[in-house]
Design a protein around this ligand. Structure first.
Ligand SMILES: Cc1ncc(COP(=O)(O)O)c(C=O)c1O
Length: 479
């Protein structure tokens, strides 16, 4: 007598569907035969009738059974003489992989953007075509290329780009390093992925800022990590919190985004940087410094990187081309001790044999050209201009209903909504009004916050988009 496994992670309806499918496959229920009624099966198995209805629906979706109103559920005729040919249940395969799906709000935003290309986009964390150095990159692509060979390259990255980055990191971030300590990745996202996969084990504890971009990445949970939040104020995290987290939870690594943090725009204060490094080195605790925004500092003077202040070798520095030039080239970098670089390069070799040399060559040339400096200057001015436009639009449309700190660099404005508005309903209403942004809970914060990125929409769209968002807020505000 078959019974359900009520402790299993597999839902009951799936267990029932699998069991019936098996009985059909063995010929117990031949094609065309009537299956026991939903009510009878529910009684036999001690489950709700709705669970059996779900199981039958699953079998119907695979073409194994057919139901007609009033005449019950039968094994599909198409199964006659064809019992061993099954279509794999792809839906269930797709639900089973160890790598977790993206967060529901993020999937909803992606869907809305795909369905309506005219949607005003305050959600995508990237530069518009106006802000990106499109002409400069096209000019490099159009010039006679001087690649000597297109074989598998070093999985650590194309040497001319690593050489260009040695200069870049010293000039802009005060980091002294060498080609052998740099690994090229497909953006910071991949650096984070490689670090979690190669340097941590399931069950390990890590600390991240709260709120934080990292929280929006199921890749930490996919790696089986336990995440502990480090609360932030307007100066960033408090280094003393690390000591207690370490004591209580044995955290193994800290992930920080100290400059113009995503989503809050906060800069970790200089005194806290020093204290943080002291505490981390005392505890032997590594820090991953995720630094994609520092070169957007509107005054052109970002604080020194943690890596440049670190005398102890405890920092893994990750950078990216995405927020200062073009996210679609998919170029990022990691600076770390040799043992780490060798480990992640070996993983990268196993994954895909390393990054394509073409975008690496383009970025190497762009970094070394005069137009890079000119581009950065223009970018900072334009980003500051967009930030001011967004703030002005919020003041006009939602005065007294929102609070924020104006960021001094980066591309995100973190907004607190003063009246209570249901987070999910607000996003739905905004989408109806042609606007997307990211609800704050995606970054681990309490509801009542939202992230607006001002690098993507143009000036006109910033005004129109905030007007649409304001209409949505007013409609849903509790009376
Ligand atoms: C703090 C931070 N880290 C990493 C990333 C990933 O960027 P990319 O993979 O394009 O370099 C982002 C993108 O929004 C980010 O804000």
């Amino acid at each position: 007598m078959w019974t359900l496994d009520r402790k299993s992670k597999k839902p009951l309806y799936e267990q029932i569907a699998d069991h019936i499918e098996q009985r059909i496959a063995t010929g117990e229920f031949p094609p065309g035969s009537l299956l026991p009624s939903e009510r009878k099966l529910a009684n036999q198995l001690g489950v709700n009738r709705s669970t059996v209805i779900l199981a039958f629906a699953e079998l119907r979706s695979m073409g194994i059974v057919e139901s007609r109103t009033g005449s019950g559920t039968r094994v599909a005729d198409a199964w006659r003489g064809n019992i061993t040919r099954h279509t794999p249940n792809w839906k269930r395969y797709a639900e089973n992989g160890g790598f977790l799906p993206n967060l529901p709000f993020l999937r909803k935003i992606r869907e809305a953007l795909l369905q309506d290309p005219s949607m005003i986009d305050f959600a995508s964390g990237e530069l518009s075509a106006d802000l990106a150095p499109i002409d400069e990159i096209n000019a490099i692509l159009n010039k006679q290329s001087n690649f000597a060979y297109f074989g598998y390259d070093n999985p650590q990255g194309y040497l001319p780009l690593r050489q260009a980055l040695v200069e870049y990191l010293y000039q802009y971030r005060g980091i002294r390093t060498s080609e052998s300590s740099i690994m090229i990745t497909s953006g910071s996202q991949q650096s984070l992925f490689l670090i979690t996969q190669c340097l941590t084990s399931p069950g390990d504890a890590v600390a991240i800022e709260d709120p934080s971009y990292s929280y929006s990445l199921p890749l930490f949970q996919s790696a089986g990590l336990r995440i502990y939040p480090l609360p932030m104020d307007d100066q960033g995290i408090s280094p003393d919190d690390i000591r207690s987290l370490f004591k209580e939870n044995r955290i193994k690594m800290i992930f920080l985004n100290p400059n113009f943090q995503n989503p809050t725009g906060t800069v970790l204060a200089q005194e806290r940087r020093k204290k943080l490094l002291d505490i981390a080195s005392e505890l032997g605790l590594p820090i991953v410094e995720d630094d994609p925004y520092s070169l957007t500092a509107y005054d052109g003077l970002p604080l020194p990187s943690l890596k440049s202040m670190d005398s102890n070798g405890g920092i893994i520095y990750i950078g990216s081309f995405s927020k200062i030039a073009a996210s679609g080239l998919r170029i990022g970098w990691m600076v770390a001790p040799h043992s780490v670089i060798q480990r992640v390069a070996d993983a990268r070799q196993q994954m895909d044999f390393g990054p394509s040399v073409i975008p690496q060559g383009v970025v190497a040339r762009f970094l070394q050209s005069d137009s890079f400096v000119a581009h950065l200057e223009r970018l900072r001015i334009q980003l500051q201009f967009n930030r001011d436009l967004l703030i002005e639009a919020l003041q006009n449309e939602l005065s007294g209903l929102v609070a924020y700190n104006a960021p001094q660099g980066g591309i995100h404005l973190w907004i607190k909504l003063i009246p209570y508005v249901h987070e999910g309903k607000l996003l739905d209403e905004a989408i109806k009004n042609g606007v997307v942004y990211v609800p704050g809970s995606v970054y681990g914060s309490n509801s009542g916050f939202a992230r607006f990125t001002y690098a993507r929409p143009n000036s006109q769209d910033i005004q129109t988009g905030i007007a649409g968002f304001a209409r949505s807020v007013r409609k849903l505000m509790a009376p």
